[in-house]
Design a protein around this ligand. Sequence first.
Ligand code: PSU
Ligand code: MN
Length: 301
Amino acid sequence: MNMHLQISPKVQKALDEGRPVIALESTIISHGMPYPQNVETALLCERTARENGAEPATIAVIGGKLCAGLTEEQIEYLGKAGTSVAKASRRDLPVLVARGADGATTVAATMIIAAMAGIRVFATGGVGGVHRGAETTMDISADMDELANTPVAVVCAGAKSILDLGLTLEYLETKGVPVVGFGTDELPAFYTRESGFSVDYRMDKPEEVAAAIRAQREMGYHGGMLITNPIPEEYSMDKSRIDAAIEQALREADEQGVKGKKITPFLLARIKDLTGGDSLASNIQLVLNNVRLASKIAAAL
Ligand code: PSU
Ligand code: MN
């Protein structure tokens, strides 16, 4: 086992017994939602995983340890600390480890730590991708290359249109990452079930997804897979309303010169404010929906 990895006793026991385990990320706790809904959601995700037969491993860097499985106190700490905790992606992990510091892990960093721990399925809300205007800014989330290189299947609700969804799909194709639509032919756009873009493969059963993941491993591919799961109909948002909020948030980011790792959290927070908190309720529901699906895929594996 990697010397910097710390697997919680519950997660270790589940892994030892060959029971299903799913990874959960922590940037969504500290940078993706406000307190106290972030802590409530993180704990509810853990409970939902257990109800669906999987042991949850919420992942973060605590005191320089790459932790797979957190205590309730640690989740409460990350939620309360919010954006004062470092947002940790691939490039940040070595420095946080060397300094004995804390970090809330993005999809990329969570995948790295999950893979180290032997966890193959991961549930989150949205993934990072190719940003609008990337042809000049070169802003492409490290999540993209992690999906290309690290053997973890990520269940998400598609990508928000703060990203360029067309370019994101092109990039994933180049990198050899299969994009699966669960029960849909269309890439979901996080708050809405539709985007106008097609996924590579539609699958309707968790067993089908598990079979594809298994084949990927058997072939010795080192990359992951993106499983996109549309938000449940009853929680999906009005497209024109969410698009207007996204456009305004993008404009404000541009005016204020927000760049780099700050841009995604900035846009998420602005969209939440501009939609009067409705987007937060949708966000929570789609994450829970992804936890249920990830748990079933892990069980089928
Ligand atoms: N997109 C969302 N919600 C999120 C994120 C992205 O809809 O919470 C977070 C995830 O942790 C993701 C990270 O891995 O932002 C991507 O950040 P960046 O674009 O800086 O790579
Ligand atoms: Mn970026």
